[in-house]
Design a binder for this molecule. Structure first.
Ligand code: ZN
Ligand code: ZN
Ligand code: ZN
Length: 499
């Protein structure tokens, strides 16, 4: 079925069959306008959360209700909120918002803005990449060189250890082991499962290393300097996570974010290098006859100076802060499933997670039955690996894909609040302008935003909400939202290009 002629006129041609039939259905019910309005309010999110209920804004000085809102007044009779999912495959619209927020979070930590003082731009900055160690040789692009030339050597499984191909980036072989039976799958998932703890320990040690270099006790180091960071995790083709982080060295912590720092970037680089090469986690055994493992970072700890600590960016620096922020934001939304080719390698990583999980469940049962179990439990008496099955989809990684230290930059929550406030004010001003037949008054928008910022301190929002469901009514509606989101993006790009 193609879209009816009147829909083509509205620019809705080129829709999928299911979307066109949903448009047709909404049109015949007289609900297309309401649907479009509701969908546009959530930025054409693909699986919005539906809520029913009421909210009221109360002035805390007078106790008076200043405004009221009921979901019954919303276009579709329910309040829709964005799903907020990070993954591009789940929601293109929300994943872009997440990428933008990550970019803003990183950028504000670089140069200030959105409540972060501009003086942060004067402090030393370094870009750090740390990876997982090797769990066995894998096919690799090696920057256009030969993959793994090893002559006639064979492994105990009789496989050749040599690969003389030159792999292109999108070759599905990239990242998969040269011999899957030699590859240490157990070591891989155990490392990945403990990677967040390894990160935490390295970070803590950076402060210790700074203290040692500055000749102050660890307990006093924050009175001199504080290391702040914004970090993202990225899944490599071999299915191992690696981390990129921007480290900034601020002055005394009690002087606030971005306090002037009298220490050079070299001291920070040195401290980071020492901390990450020393960091280790003792991982308990996964099976009865397994050994415990000492987990460390891969040998290559890449540290690049972005800024020496002068006012302007170093013109000779290999990378600029802006590039770093864009780079980090891009990777924060990448799906594990998209970054790692779906094949035998990924299957085996997931299967290993499942096996470790099942063994942990069996041990937990044995302990409950009062039997002696050789594998230790954690401080709360739980088996260390009882949750690994839950993270099999993420190949055993249970950490966040982006995070930051407390005083690095603005929080995601603040960014979300600011955006919601901006959208609300913009919508009100647009409606007012439309009624008056005038263009939107940007000065009025600005003023409303400022006055609301004051207001939020003297008012509270009280709401009673009930969860109705997730997603649109049918797949056709999902596809309309997806198509509309794509159009909105194209339009925004077009507009940006014209400026
Ligand atoms: Zn969404
Ligand atoms: Zn190869
Ligand atoms: Zn082998």
């Amino acid at each position: 079925m193609t879209a009816p002629a009147h829909l083509q006129q509205q620019g809705l041609d080129g829709l999928t069959e299911r979307a066109a039939s949903a448009v047709y259905d909404l049109t015949t019910r007289g609900a297309l306008g309401k649907f479009t309005e509701a969908a546009s309010r959530v930025g054409f999110c693909q699986r919005p959360i539906r809520l029913a209920g009421r909210a009221m804004t109360v002035d805390t000085r007078t106790g008076e209700a200043t405004s009221q809102y009921s979901s019954a007044d919303a276009p579709l009779g329910v309040l829709l909120t964005r799903c907020g999912n990070r993954r591009e495959s789940v929601c293109t619209s929300c994943s872009r918002v997440y990428a933008r927020d990550t970019f803003e979070m990183i950028r504000c930590g670089l140069e200030g803005g959105k409540g972060v003082p501009e003086r942060v731009a004067e402090n030393p900055l370094a870009f750090v990449t740390v990876t997982a160690p090797s769990f066995g040789p894998v096919h690799s692009t090696r920057g256009g060189r030969t993959c793994h030339p090893r002559g006639n050597t064979t492994c105990p499984h009789g496989r050749s250890l040599s690969c003389t191909k030159t792999h292109l980036k999108d070759d599905p072989a990239v990242g998969s082991p040269i011999c899957p039976d030699c590859y240490d799958y157990l070591g891989h998932v155990v490392w990945q499962y403990h990677a967040p703890e390894l990160w935490r320990r390295a970070i803590q040690d950076v402060s210790r290393q700074l203290a040692a270099r500055l000749g102050v006790p660890v307990s006093k180091v924050s009175k001199v300097v504080s290391r702040q960071y914004g970090r993202t995790a990225e899944m490599q083709a071999r299915g191992a996570v690696h981390f990129h982080a921007l480290f900034r060295l601020d002055g005394p912590l009690d002087e606030g974010i971005g306090a002037a720092c009298g220490v050079g970037v070299d001291v920070m680089v040195d401290a980071i290098e020492a901390a990450f090469s020393r960091a280790q986690v003792q991982a308990p055994p996964t099976f009865e006859h397994d050994q415990s493992r000492v987990l460390r970072w891969g040998e290559q700890i890449d540290i690049r100076v972005v800024r020496e600590g002068s006012r302007t960016d170093d013109p000779d620096a290999p990378i600029t802060g802006e590039q770093v922020a864009a780079y980090l934001a891009k990777y924060s939304t990448k799906d594990t499933s998209l970054a790692v080719p779906d094949g035998a390698h990924v299957h085996r990583i997931k299967q290993t997670c499942a096996e470790v999980h099942e063994a942990a469940i069996r041990r937990a049962e044995s302990r409950r039955a009062g039997e002696e179990v050789a594998v230790p439990v954690d401080s709360e008496g739980r088996d260390h690996y009882v949750l690994i099955g839950k993270w099999a989809k993420e190949l055993g990684y249970r950490g966040h894909y982006s995070s930051k230290s407390r005083c690095y930059s603005v929080t995601y929550r603040t960014l979300r609040r600011r955006r919601a406030r901006f959208q609300q004010v913009m919508q009100e001003e647009t409606e007012r302008a439309q009624r008056a037949g005038k263009p939107v008054d940007l000065a009025a928008v600005e003023e409303a935003l400022l006055s609301q910022e004051d207001e939020s301190e003297t008012s509270v929002v009280i709401g009673v909400w009930e969860f109705v469901g997730v997603g649109w009514t049918n797949q056709g509606e999902v596809e309309i939202a997806t198509a509309a989101a794509a159009r909105a993006r194209e339009y925004a790009q077009l507009r940006a290009g014209k400026q």
